[in-house]
Write a new protein. Structure first.
Lengths: 214, 214
């Protein structure tokens, strides 16, 4: 499917539509208007219609959206209708959480192996996934056609891990180390600390709740 | 310090300024222009000046900012110049990662205890922090004047945990469960899955890299 370039802000909202539609589907809702969907998501209806128009529009004016088919379309656009193979570098707590993160199941992202340098971890398994020495990272990525490299390693090594992952051929990097890694492939940096800092700010400045991390 | 209401977008950029200024300070940089700071952060200079003006402005025109004093000001605005006591509900992998997350040290957020319902975990310690039964959550929060409740529990119980934390008197909630919890106090929801979904999208639509989670 060839799409025109959509803005980062629209891309960021797509997972939210996806989640909301999953909820609606599991609640047995078959059809929803843009107005109602917008209300549930605290957006406005014209925003919702505009977002969906970026992808060719799915709705019938005045008739609303079919939840299941909209969900299917968005799954396709988000490219969640194919499997992804991932590795995690860093087999500590965050790495371990990634190895069996419940959120992945529906997204068909499978962690195949973890990598670390600590001798006591090498050769063990975490949630059934082998922990291998980081020296084997590039070979493993090439041999197993790994799509996504996840970084749960220390700040000091995160960029070099990203470089190695990119060189070995992953298609995207999901980084949890507390610095921005840079690459020529897509990267998502999860800034846990930034979110915590925003929370501290809001606590002290009594801002209202529920501003999501997007 | 009384501040006029600033936009969510500005608040979201503040931790980024803070991190960049920390890097500059540890690199021994004493003074920086808004233009150079903007360039390093891939913003434009007028944006940087405008953001800082929200907080009264710190710079001298044509002379740049003193890194250390700007850092101090931003620390104060972000309210990182006071300690925060936190508890974590859910002593699994993510909870364990939160109990000894290196990113917290500089922000003076201290996890005091974890809570879980699994008998085999109760009475143990994780990174030196006690794991208590979730039944004791409210009493603990009250007795220890806990500021921040962190949720690393299952999706199905996350909202009720948030309700209990709020009732017991925490000032803010940091939620890692894969749904938005709602409260009358500040909440930050970390949507790990949304970020992963955006990465899948970018991999398939060949978007450029490095769009941070803000």
């Amino acid at each position: 499917m060839e799409l025109r370039r959509v803005s980062e802000a629209v891309v960021r909202r797509l997972p939210k539509y996806y989640r909301q539609l999953l909820l609606l589907e599991s609640a047995g809702v078959e059809r929803i208007s843009s107005g109602k969907l917008a209300q549930q998501m605290r957006l406005n209806a014209s925003q919702v219609r505009q977002d969906f128009n970026c992808f060719g529009g799915f709705g019938q004016q005045g008739y609303g959206y079919n939840v299941r088919s909209l969900l299917g379309e968005i799954r396709g656009i988000l490219a969640l209708d194919r499997p992804y193979k991932a590795v995690v570098v860093g087999a500590g707590n965050i790495g371990g959480a990634l190895a069996n993160f419940e959120g992945f199941e529906r997204e068909s992202v499978v962690v195949e192996a973890l990598f670390d340098i600590k001798p006591e971890l090498i050769g063990t398994t975490i949630s059934g996934k082998p922990v291998l020495h980081t020296d084997a990272l590039e070979d493993y990525i090439r041999e197993h056609d790994i799509d996504i490299g996840m970084i749960a390693a220390r700040r000091s090594v995160a960029q070099s891990v990203a470089d190695r992952m990119q060189t070995a051929g992953v298609q995207g990097i999901w980084n949890f180390a507390p610095l921005d890694v840079v690459a020529d492939i897509p990267v998502e940096n999860i800034h846990m600390t930034d979110s915590l800092i925003c929370l501290c700010y809001k606590i002290n400045h009594k801002l209202p709740d529920n501003d999501d991390i997007e």
